[in-house]
Design a protein around this ligand. Structure first.
Ligand SMILES: C[S@@+](CC[C@H](N)C(=O)[O-])C[C@H]1O[C@@H](n2cnc3c(N)ncnc32)[C@H](O)[C@@H]1O
Length: 284
């Protein structure tokens, strides 16, 4: 006996929209989850929305919708997130790349001489910053470090997928792996953990419950990692080299007060929401 076909894709999509109805992005989320469950491109879905889907795809779709309703971030359900127009694999071992972090990439490109420069991305997570820079700066020598081996495994897969063969990955607590090696960089870039305990408690459940805690939390004040980075980075920068890193809301003044006389050209870049987002400083 032939297996009964599942419902039409369009009907399943509408059912998903109804189930996700309370969410601000219900239409988009239902479509993204349906495409994932039925392994379809958007073009193929739009070309034949009345085509029946398989019962397996229907069951998978309903499971994904259920998990989304429980609060699992969309990117962990689809296993992918775009950053700098590049699709990155994400797993629960890495935080989901955020669009505001693109400000950091823009800043590096603005300051780069497009030459044989050396760059290290500290706390690389999915590898999104390092891979985006590798694509934009083909002559640069790029290292990417993280304290988490699991994150590094994801980042290595992303680099391989996007042919960023020149990116070297290594495990390191901030820059400690370079102690005693004589390494000096033109750029030290980082989107470090910068959320305080208090802010963590106030975060939406889908961030707090699912994204890796150690990737986001930085002590009582939120500035633990940034403080260590600012204090330690000078020793690993060439004279005139740049330290460029992301900050959280309300941190700018406290972060600026961390820089001593060894630093010049300390500047702030704002994100699209008008928030101070990236600090740049130059080693004198
Ligand atoms: C906010 S995430 C940024 C990930 C990625 N760069 C991005 O922008 O999406 C911070 C990353 O720093 C890593 N990390 C946390 N503490 C660290 C440390 N002491 N040394 C190196 N990496 C660390 C985490 O594992 C996580 O991958």
């Amino acid at each position: 006996m032939e297996a009964k076909p599942g419902p039409a894709l369009a009907d399943l999509y509408r059912a998903g929209v109804a189930l996700l109805g309370g969410r601000p992005q219900a239409l988009l989320e239902a479509k993204v989850l349906l495409l994932r469950a039925a392994r379809l491109s958007e073009e193929r879905f739009l070309a034949a929305p009345e085509r029946p889907c398989s019962p397996q795809a229907e069951a998978f779709f309903r499971r994904l919708v259920g998990r989304r309703l429980e609060g699992v971030p969309l990117a962990y359900l689809t296993g992918t997130k775009e950053f700098w127009s590049i699709p990155f694999e994400v797993t629960p071992s890495v935080p989901v790349p955020r669009p505001e972090t693109e400000v950091l990439v823009e800043k590096v490109l603005e300051l780069s001489r497009r030459d044989k420069e050396s760059i290290v991305d500290v706390g690389t997570g999915s590898g999104c910053i390092a891979v985006a820079l590798a694509q934009e700066l083909p002559k640069a020598d790029i290292d990417a470090v993280d304290i988490s081996e699991r994150a590094l495994a994801v980042a290595r897969r992303n680099a391989a997928r996007h042919r960023a063969r020149r990116v070297r990955f290594l495990r390191s607590d901030l820059l400690s792996a370079y102690r005693g090696t004589g390494a000096r960089f033109d750029f030290i870039v980082s989107n470090p953990p910068y959320i305080s305990h208090r802010e963590w408690e106030a975060l939406p459940a889908d961030v707090r419950g699912y994204e890796p805690r150690r990737a986001l939390l930085a002590g009582e004040s939120g500035l633990e990692l940034i403080g260590r980075l600012v204090r330690g980075a000078g020793a690993f920068l060439k004279p005139g080299g740049y330290l460029i890193f992301e900050i959280g809301e309300g941190q700018r003044d406290r972060v600026l007060s961390l820089f001593g006389r060894r630093w010049t050209e300390i500047e702030t870049a704002w994100d699209l929401a008008g928030k101070p987002r990236v600090i740049t400083a130059r080693r004198a």
